[in-house]
Design a protein around this ligand. Structure first.
Ligand code: AMP
Ligand code: GLY
Length: 421
């Protein structure tokens, strides 16, 4: 198949890598330095929806796979389908499951999906009543998309009140913060469960555990994700069965009942409590980053068949085959991340890191400067390795990381070691 992937981050590099390994002809818009070695990169921007439709038409692709959430929420998948192009990704309405926290929390409530108790607030009086009802530990969320930065996890009611007021009255996060969701803070261990959905049924992908905090031991501010393990050994089959029965089944039934034709990834952010019960924190309507990197390294079935099936409205028969080995992705982030971002720092050692055939270095934020590869800010590379178990995969990934240098490089040293055998 001729497949066009929209986006240019680590997730899209992993999608292009898997699809090209599966024998498809892959192009990406805009792609990246890393993607350019395996796929044709088309000029353009993920914000220019009309331009993307034109490029997809001009290149006569069989399928478009939309990576990031912003164009989905803006209706890219609707526009592409209207132009007769088979597209993997939900339309704007269903993408509200990620695009609006209040929309998604109401959806969970309507369909009996276990999720934290919540209040929607648009003014100070709402905030006061939410805070007095919820006690001390809560989470404050800007309603709209805020590039993963609109969630403040609070330990005191005072922190929560000021985070909410800052969003509502001081315009932090702009439009996205004009409504705020305040919810009960859940405790436990997080799990990312992604499922490919064709609008009627779904196929669960291999699970992954992300590590959101910037420093080892989950210290410091949250990031987009500093590393992932697939599969986390603590995620039992019984837990995944509960996630399917209690979260994914009612979600798909709810989508059908509400007439939402969801063809894309349902990515459930799950909190597993002390009793082992799963709670739904949120849905994303696209692949996780950096979950996609280790998950797709383990996928043995043809990803293109599954994405095309979902886009068509009929997933393939049977189930996806997975490599029984584990995979670990260690993210290398630029100096100052996540508070600031440094660009233009020279990167060395990527080829040496990839010398081991079980390791792939996915590019997330790189550029080609006058002296070669350099950082382009934020998360820069995702060094991903396979191994017999999570510890072995992590050992390979860290060995590969040892070859790579750039000024101010930050990474966690505990990916794949917490509770892994
Ligand atoms: P979200 O964008 O809703 O997934 O939130 C981003 C991150 O904030 C999650 O991955 C969790 O680490 C944290 N978080 C969100 N909601 C809650 C909650 N109710 N309790 C505890 N942590 C949460
Ligand atoms: N890894 C978190 C996300 O993709 O949202």
């Amino acid at each position: 198949m001729k497949i066009l992937v929209i986006g240019g981050g680590g997730r899209e590099h992993a999608l292009c890598w898997r699809l090209s390994r599966d024998g498809h002809t892959v192009s990406a818009l805009p792609g990246s330095v890393g993607i350019s070695s395996i796929a044709q990169c088309l000029p353009g921007s993920v914000d220019d929806l009309d331009g993307i439709v034109k490029s997809a038409q001009a290149s006569e692709v069989d399928l478009v796979v939309v990576g990031p959430e912003v164009p989905l929420v803006e209706g890219l998948a609707d526009q592409l389908r209207k132009a007769g192009i088979s597209t993997f990704g939900p339309g704007a309405e269903a993408a509200q499951l990620e695009g609006s926290k209040s929309y998604s929390k109401r959806f969970f409530a309507r369909h009996g999906i276990r999720s934290a108790r919540f209040f929607e607030c648009t003014n100070r009086a709402d905030v006061d009543s939410a805070v007095s009802a919820l006690g001390e530990r809560m989470v404050v969320k800007a309603d709209g998309l805020a590039a993963g930065k609109g969630v403040v996890v609070c330990s005191t009611s005072e922190q929560a009140r000021s985070a909410a007021i800052e969003m509502l009255e001081e315009g932090r996060f702009g439009e996205a913060g004009q409504t705020v969701v305040i919810e009960q803070r859940l405790e436990g261990r997080e799990l990312s469960v992604m499922a490919l959905c064709d609008g009627k049924r779904y196929e669960v992908l291999a699970q992954a555990e992300d590590h959101k905090a910037i420093y080892d031991g989950d210290a410091g501010p949250n990031t987009g994700g500093m590393g992932t393990v697939s599969p986390p050994s603590w995620a039992s089959d019984a837990l995944i069965t509960s996630v399917c029965r209690e979260i994914l089944d009612p979600t798909v039934a709810g989508l059908i009942a509400e007439g939402l034709d969801f063809r894309g990834v349902l990515y459930a952010g799950i909190m597993v409590d002390a009793e082992g019960q799963p709670w739904l924190l949120e849905y994303n309507v696209r692949f996780g980053d950096p979950e996609t990197q280790p998950v797709l390294m383990r996928m043995k079935s043809d990803l293109g068949d599954w994405l095309a099936g979902a886009a068509r409205g009929t997933l393939p028969e049977g189930s996806i085959d997975w490599d029984a080995r584990a995979a670990v992705c260690v993210v290398l982030a630029s100096a100052g991340y996540p508070l600031t971002s440094s660009k233009g720092d020279p990167i060395t050692g990527v080829a040496e890191a990839e010398a081991d055939e079980g390791t792939v270095v996915f590019h997330a934020g790189t550029a080609m400067g006058p002296h070669g590869l350099e950082t382009a800010g934020g998360r820069v590379l995702g060094v991903t390795s396979l191994g017999e178990n999570a510890r072995a995969a992590a050992a390979s990934a860290y060995e590969a990381v040892g070859h790579i240098t750039f000024p101010g490089m930050q990474f966690r040293r505990d990916i794949g070691s917490r509770g892994e055998s």
